[in-house]
Design a protein around this ligand. Sequence first.
Ligand SMILES: NCc1[nH]cc(CCC(=O)O)c1CC(=O)O
Ligand SMILES: [Mg+2]
Length: 323
Amino acid sequence: MLRRPRRNRKTATIRNMVEETRLSTHDLMYPMFLLEGKSKSVAVDSMPGINRLSIDLMLKEIETCMNLGINAFDIFPVVEEKHKDKLASKSHDPNFFYLKALEEIKEKFPEACIMTDVAMDPYSTDGHDGIVDEYGNILNDESLEVLGAMALAQAETGIDIIGPSDMMDGRVEYIRDILDDNGFEDTSIMSYTAKYASAFYGPFRDALDSAPKSGDKKTYQMNPANLREAIIEAELDEEEGADFLMVKPALAYLDVIKLLRDNFDLPIAAYNVSGEYAMIKAAAQKGWLDNDSTMMETLLSMKRAGAKVILTYFAKEAAELMK
Ligand SMILES: NCc1[nH]cc(CCC(=O)O)c1CC(=O)O
Ligand SMILES: [Mg+2]
């Protein structure tokens, strides 16, 4: 036998030497759920290990994570029903708690990279990412105004990256223009470029109580059957000025990550979503899968497929393991 691939696996040193992909804490971004109030920590039942936190506890958690090498965070506010309306008005009310909290986070940790989500669903009585008309249609161009106001209000807090997750057409350019016109040329946009209408968002909607009140998101989020369509979305986001292209979910969409990696030069992000987290946690709790090795293997698969940034609820745990 001339070729024996096992020779390159014979010792840990050689295995490390020929290792093609390596995960680092620099790759990871930690999504967190923010509660209004003080000294509050409320577990998310469908996401074992994840809690919704009030700002004081979130600041502590961010500090702990930064000591582990996790420096990037995506902050999602939990909005009480009484603060929701049809136009998601609280999303851009400068006195609303989450915008104050973002300011506090940036003040306390200027070197942290803070991202925010732009979509109407957590603030809307309809639970949709855009404005819903009387017939149940999601209005594209009318929604852009709200999304633009939301993005600007978030940028004004000093955060680093705006993450439009709404899938309205034209919103990256619309938001880029508003940011630039107001002196926020340096605020980045990580576009949820290929965001699929997925069943894997269930636990996230539990965490925020943000599920759509009627219908589904199939007229704006992508059909899981489609791959080539991701190229169209990516071309548009690149032209419109996105700084990162995101694929979401990640694990069931590794082919989409690979396709965008091969066809675009912008950094690719993958969102390892709530349902993907819950799936592993549930099996691990039953003793059916090993939590740590399954977690690391799936995160590695996303990086191997071509994601440079991975948004994951495993960020803190993975960092503890990598230490
Ligand atoms: N538009 C808001 C938003 N931003 C991120 C997620 C899902 C994240 C996750 O499941 O972890 C969602 C839910 C949705 O679109 O319904
Ligand atoms: Mg698009």
